[in-house]
Design a protein around this ligand. Structure first.
Ligand code: CTP
Length: 399
């Protein structure tokens, strides 16, 4: 997607560097349009290096490409962060005395602004009237948050954090093609206790499952995200999302109960979690000590949760599984994926290409999507969000 990030003259501009980075990492083409004042806080080289695009502020640069309207015409989304009281007033009046102003008048794309200013300026009737006008025109107002401000004072006026703006902006880009659907998703890696300090676990970070949940919710679905162990911070965006209910737990047995419960009312069930195939037969309630000699662990098999969900599938319900497979080549990966798809009886299996530069803990992923007729309906590679969106496209095509 083409995203224009407008930056205006507030100290929070330094945080917008991180916002641009998040958009670029998500595979978007980002053009930054700072105002002249914004460049007093963060300079052109920073914006160009982070966005990987040329940055200008004036309507008199790059005139041959009619940049003053071209950027607005090509944009899929415009985000202004920080949006100062002055910029908000200019937007309300429709002023176009710089590149950001002309771009805003030339666009039909959704526009979101993240106001940042002192509390008195935010509360001023002029600013409040301007915000009301912009809201009436369909501009999305993100924040401001209540918190510490630059002068050491505190109150409403603080710009939302870049991660929060990023989540809200992506939601504006999403089609609402899952609106009205209820979806159950598992994520993360289960942990099977051995004794009070040890467990059997795996390397799943929970990132792919969290992105599957966020993509669904951004597309309008109501989501129950059942999360086993995940890396620090992975669930932050999901926990903030109004359409996602996050349930946290630990073992395969707990995950089975929670997913069975969530699946009972779900239109789509997606098992992304890495479930331990075995658990310790008898958990020791005391720490196992080495002075007692080499420990021996008896393992018993955990239930196959996905198989249980498939067996209990409601009419019209779609069940999706994930599988991480190593393979010498594409043909073998496909072959393994088809066999697992049939064994699990799922409507769709996302097969991870762990022999690509992708897999656990990484930001990117790559999957083959195999349906019930053994057809590879899609191959998706890129950010875990892009893979999640490809998965939902395939689910919608099946239904
Ligand atoms: N799964 C599950 N319950 C288990 C094991 C796996 O629900 N006890 C689910 C996973 O969430 C995933 C799918 O089954 O959606 C495939 O997981 P995978 O570990 O690849 O499958 P296994 O059946 O364990 O096969 P393998 O022998 O290849 O490990």
């Amino acid at each position: 997607m083409n995203i224009v990030v407008g930056v205006t003259g507030g100290i929070a501009a330094y945080k917008t560097v991180q916002l641009v980075r998040l958009f670029v990492k998500g595979g978007h083409d980002v053009t930054v349009i700072p105002t002249a004042d914004a460049l007093r806080f963060v300079g052109t080289p920073t914006w160009e290096a982070i966005s990987r695009n040329t940055v200008t502020t004036s309507v008199h640069d790059d005139v041959a490409r009619v940049r003053h309207v071209a950027l607005g015409q090509a944009a899929d989304l415009i985000v202004i962060a920080p949006a100062t009281a002055n910029t908000i007033a200019k937007m309300t009046a429709g002023l176009a005395d710089d590149l950001l102003g002309t771009t805003l008048l030339a666009t039909t794309a959704p526009v979101a602004i993240a106001p940042a200013m002192h509390t008195e300026m935010w509360r001023h009737p002029a600013t409040q009237a301007n915000i009301a006008t912009l809201r009436d025109r369909g501009v999305h107002i993100l924040g401001p948050a209540h918190g510490e401000l630059t002068g050491g004072d505190s109150g409403p006026g603080r710009m939302l954090e870049p991660e929060e703006i990023h989540t809200a902006a992506l939601a504006l880009l999403a089609p609402q093609d899952l609106a009205g659907r209820t979806i159950a998703i598992s994520a993360g890696g289960t942990r099977e206790p051995i004794d009070p300090v040890r467990f059997l676990g795996n390397r799943s970070s929970g990132r792919q499952g969290a992105e599957v949940a966020l993509a669904a919710a951004d597309r309008g679905a109501t989501v129950r995200l059942v999360a086993a162990h995940v890396d620090e911070g992975v669930l932050a965006a999901a926990e903030r999302h109004p359409l996602i209910d996050v349930v946290r737990l630990s073992t395969a047995a707990e995950l089975e109960t929670a997913m069975t419960d969530a699946a009972a009312s779900a239109d789509v069930v997606v098992m992304v979690a890495a479930v331990a195939d075995f658990r310790v037969a008898e958990v020791s309630h005391e720490k196992i000590r080495k002075e007692n000699g080499a420990a021996h662990l008896d393992l018993v098999e955990n239930p196959d949760i996905l198989a249980g969900l498939v067996a209990a599938r409601r009419p019209g319900q779609t069940v999706v599984g994930f599988a991480a497979e190593t393979a010498r080549d594409d043909a073998e990966l496909r072959e393994r994926g088809m066999r697992k798809r049939a064994r699990k009886g799922v409507d769709l299996l996302a097969v991870n290409r762990v022999d690509w530069d992708a897999g656990f803990e990484a930001a990117d992923n790559a999957v083959l999507l195999i349906d019930g007729t053994d057809a590879v309906v899609a191959e998706a590679a890129g950010s875990k969000r892009a893979v999640a969106d490809a998965l939902w496209d395939a689910v919608l095509a099946l239904r």
